[in-house]
Design a protein around this ligand. Structure first.
Ligand SMILES: [Fe+2]
Length: 187
């Protein structure tokens, strides 16, 4: 994978999100910036993380949102319309603990069979870190504030509210692991 991958990811995400969902596009650009911030801990997979960060929310695009469960819709779009790299597709499908949300939606078995979680914990953690330390407008935040913001936006009793409360401890643990990896890097 080379830099062209990043350009491709940006072109696809911009084409799908910037018109219909400008705020989601602003968030996406912020998440992509976080992926650049952490690239030193990912080595050869830094470009893959950047592409996944750029495309993680593409499934919100109205044209793509077939089921309304955006990680699934985005992953299917990348697989079926773009023949995208399997690791990228599985990262997008499983971004930010999506399997737990699939469970809330009664889709766990189907989802896990179609898009198994990548067995590369640092990449999975890094995508959680990028998404969960970025506000809906693309600014920096903490994972604690981000989880509180999501709960406030969707409400305690919604599918997303129930999901994010269950996912929160794992989100915080992922962010801590990435921060530890960053702190261990020579400056
Ligand atoms: Fe996101």
């Amino acid at each position: 994978m080379d830099d062209l991958w990043g350009d491709w990811a940006m072109e696809v995400a911009e084409a799908e999100l910037s018109g219909p969902l400008p705020r989601r596009w602003a968030h996406t650009q912020g998440v992509a910036e976080r992926a650049i911030d952490v690239r030193q801990v990912l080595g050869v997979d830094a470009d893959l993380l950047f592409a996944a960060a750029t495309l993680h929310d593409v499934g919100y695009a109205p044209r793509i949102a077939a089921t309304g469960f955006h990680p699934l819709d985005g992953a299917r779009f990348l697989r079926d319309e773009h023949g995208a790299d399997e690791r990228l597709v599985r990262l997008v499908a499983n971004h930010s603990l999506a399997l737990l949300e699939a469970e809330e939606r009664g889709l766990r078995e189907e989802f896990a069979a179609e898009f198994p979680l990548l067995e590369e914990p640092l990449l999975v953690d890094a995508l959680v870190y990028c998404d969960m330390t970025t506000t809906p407008d693309g600014g920096r935040t903490t994972a604690e504030e981000r989880v509180a913001e999501i709960l406030g936006r969707y409400g305690d009793d919604s599918v997303v509210g129930r999901f994010i409360r269950r996912a929160a401890p794992e989100i915080f643990a992922s962010v801590e692991r990435v921060e530890a990896a960053l702190a261990a890097q020579p400056r």
